[in-house]
Design a protein around this ligand. Structure first.
Ligand code: NAG
Ligand code: NAG
Ligand code: NAG
Ligand code: NAG
Length: 330
């Protein structure tokens, strides 16, 4: 009797999960290499890649569950995963994406698949933050470099909306109060040495691909693009770090005011609502359970003087890569 009741529960549970999978989307976050012989590798010698926990908490705060996307895997791995998850977040970092590295190689598979999925009418939103936005634009420009040098490190800025920002998908539903907070208070955390400019976008013309929703000015007063959305696909990029105000406490420029939290939350809520529009799912609950980030525990790396308060760290074995014996004896 008990057994039947449990099976019945599981059966009802599977019906419920099947009908609600758009309500609780699963979003992939791309991992990236740890700096070789850097601070974290010295403390955790078997770890080779990471995700800053702020990105995970940021999406979780919007109602999503997170799956890490490994670097260094083959196309079948990315294809399998991309046909199951409901969105992708390309995080910031200090990788050089125009040289061969795990982030760029994986990112290429991911973007090719994201375009393929959207092309097939399967909604696949992508959210690029800082380096992630730079990479997204680079990929959609057929790997052509459009970034220029700038200096927007260590800046906290309000958002300078373009006049028609309210007619965009991203800001179409923004409330008056949140828009006022974004434009009148220092709410966004900038830390980047490259910028895209509207002038370059107009000349090339990347304005046929991207809609520029906001700009900002760097330490030299040079204008750069700070928010974009793709004209056709649900791809979005922000040059600032909306995941930091709630979750990062390094002493560099991170606003923690109520206005900054409300602004950041707006972007998380928006992206997760985009992911809800995807109706892809894993084969079953156990397959999903194996992939979720809950299988890993973040480390308190802020105490080790990392710029990230907490980080998820992964070894080659955890990523399903061969053990490379990176630290042989002798
Ligand atoms: C991709 O890698 C997996 C293991 O990670 C392997 O089983 C599979 O055969 C590989 N596929 C191709 C096409 O190389
Ligand atoms: C959802 O799934 C159905 C059937 O698999 C498909 O026909 C439909 O296009 C999908 N909708 C979206 C928004 O992906
Ligand atoms: C924002 O920051 C700038 C420079 O850091 C400062 O001059 C300005 O007063 C700040 N604005 C607000 C509304 O706090
Ligand atoms: C769940 O799906 C995976 C992948 O398709 C499969 O290998 C596994 O047997 C399934 N498990 C259950 C309990 O149905």
């Amino acid at each position: 009797m008990r057994k039947i009741a449990i099976s019945l529960l599981i059966f009802i549970g599977s019906l419920l999960s099947a009908s609600t999978d758009t309500e609780s989307p699963v979003v992939g976050i791309l991992t990236q290499e740890l700096r070789p012989n850097g601070l974290i590798m010295r403390h955790f010698p078997d770890k080779t890649s990471f995700i800053a926990a702020s990105y995970v908490k940021y999406l979780e705060g919007g109602g999503a569950r997170v799956v890490p996307i490994w670097i260094g895997r083959n196309h079948s791995y990315y294809k399998n995963l991309m046909y199951k998850i409901n969105g992708v977040l390309l995080p910031g970092g200090s990788n050089w994406f125009n040289q061969s590295n795990g982030y760029a190689e994986a990112g290429e598979h991911i973007m090719q698949l994201a375009v393929e999925l959207n092309h097939k009418g399967r909604y696949m939103p992508v959210w690029g933050i800082c380096l992630g936005m730079e990479f997204l634009i680079y990929m959609m420009a057929n790997n052509k470099e459009h970034r220029v040098d700038c200096n927007a490190k260590n800046m906290i800025l309000p958002i300078e909306f373009r006049e028609d920002y309210k007619s965009s998908r991203l800001f179409g539903t923004i409330s008056y109060d949140v828009a006022v907070a974004m434009t009148t208070e220092n709410v966004t955390s900038h830390w980047h040495r490259f910028c895209y400019t509207e002038q370059d976008f107009r000349n090339n013309p990347l304005t046929q691909i991207w809609r520029v929703l906001s700009v900002n000015h760097d330490w030299h007063g040079s204008e750069f693009i700070s928010t974009v959305e793709h004209v056709m696909y649900p791809f979005y990029g922000v040059q600032f770090h909306p995941e930091k105000p709630q979750f990062e406490f390094h002493k560099s420029s991170i606003p923690h005011t109520a206005a900054a939290i409300v602004s950041s939350q707006f972007f998380a809520d928006f992206f997760v609502s985009e992911a809800r529009k995807s109706n892809q799912s894993f084969a079953n609950e156990s397959e999903l359970a194996m992939m979720l980030i809950y299988n890993y525990k973040p480390e308190y790396t802020g105490i080790l003087k990392s710029i990230y308060t907490q980080q998820y760290l992964f070894s080659n074995v955890e990523m399903g890569l061969e053990v490379r014996h990176a630290h042989p004896f002798g």
